[in-house]
Write a protein that binds this ligand. Sequence first.
Ligand SMILES: CC(=O)SCCNC(=O)CCNC(=O)[C@H](O)C(C)(C)COP(=O)(O)OP(=O)(O)OC[C@H]1O[C@@H](n2cnc3c(N)ncnc32)[C@H](O)[C@@H]1OP(=O)(O)O
Ligand SMILES: O=C([O-])CC(=O)C(=O)O
Length: 376
Amino acid sequence: MAEAKQLSGAGLRGQVAGETALCTVGKSGAGLTYRGYDIADLAEKAQFEEIAYLLLRGKLPNRQELDAYTKKLQSLRGLPAALKTVLEQIPKDAHPMDVMRTGCSMLGNLETEEDFSEQDDKIDRMLAVFPSIITYWYRFAHEGVRIETESDVDSIGGHFLELLHGKKPSELHERVMNVSLILYAEHEFNASTFTARVCASTLSDIHSCVTGAIGSLRGPLHGGANEAAMALIQKFKTPEEAEEGLMGMLERKEKIMGFGHAIYKESDPRNAIIKQWSKKLAEEVGDTVLYPVSERCEAVMWREKKLFCNADFFHASAYHFMGIPTELFTPIFVMSRVSGWTAHVKEQRENNRIIRPSADYTGPADAKWVPIEERP
Ligand SMILES: CC(=O)SCCNC(=O)CCNC(=O)[C@H](O)C(C)(C)COP(=O)(O)OP(=O)(O)OC[C@H]1O[C@@H](n2cnc3c(N)ncnc32)[C@H](O)[C@@H]1OP(=O)(O)O
Ligand SMILES: O=C([O-])CC(=O)C(=O)O
């Protein structure tokens, strides 16, 4: 009993809450695999669309299947007029994660999943249309333009960059987006995925599962950390300033966003990968501040606390170097993780039992009813 109390108070850490064939996190040392494939291999060799197919259809596609899948996703990028109308009502100072949440929910009103047999089509639609939703709103709210959301760029990452910047992305930028979407696609029973699975376990619809997951991802302890990491590194003009600043924050026991992890203990395997791309982008833009500052933060956190960068930390500088506004960082995470969330929803539906754990009661016992006139 005492042990259960301690565990539930500690974020359910270490408790097995179900089964999955989708992903292992930290199972052999610091590793991460999607359906048995190592993340380093996938990030080097795959297309994000291939990874979405792997997660959602259970196997790597052959050439024909990948081409057909990419084409299908390309054909699903358009926004319904009623969704555009809703997006145009959302104020400029709204957080883009709230826009994603509303966009997803509205899509659920317009293109409701009536039956689970429709799940694959609904999922593909979300994968294809999320970049359109966020960039349509962003450019309308900030520039007053109504963008065309179709584009002939094949990849989801390239599509997002083209809509955001109004021009075709460079090969390098499209490649980095592809890697980033692969790295963020799936991560076992993280908070947002667990949210989606809990929702799915009530036999709710796919848009409700994803809308809930977006809300869960938004927080700075989870997906929101990539934006918080950007805010941190932008405070410093030199590595020396960063070191001094971090030492002060650690002394004041402040959380440093983009560091630490609930499962990994020594490193997050996604960090080395995105860090290398951030370095390439820093060279491309001639950066002499943000990348060295980020590296110094990494060194200080390891030296002082044995805390390592998680997937979010070097994503901040990488996205920044590609001209992506900070407030769009976490929505990119959504564009990717929707593949993992919905693969988990499918898995949950295949072998469902409502998720309903127990709690240790810590409130008063035998409370006696007091009429309202007699209450202090
Ligand atoms: C893609 C992702 O979602 S990755 C996670 C993104 N989130 C962040 O980057 C936010 C910053 N990091 C954190 O808040 C945490 O490390 C989490 C939420 C990721 C994991 O939380 P937990 O599993 O509870 O952390 P853990 O038990 O390992 O913490 C151990 C100790 O290190 C401290 N610690 C952990 N991370 C940090 C950090 N980033 N900065 C400062 N101290 C930290 C904790 O406060 C705790 O100290 P204490 O023992 O004195 O209380
Ligand atoms: O696994 C976690 O707790 C958080 C994380 O890194 C992710 O969701 O990618």
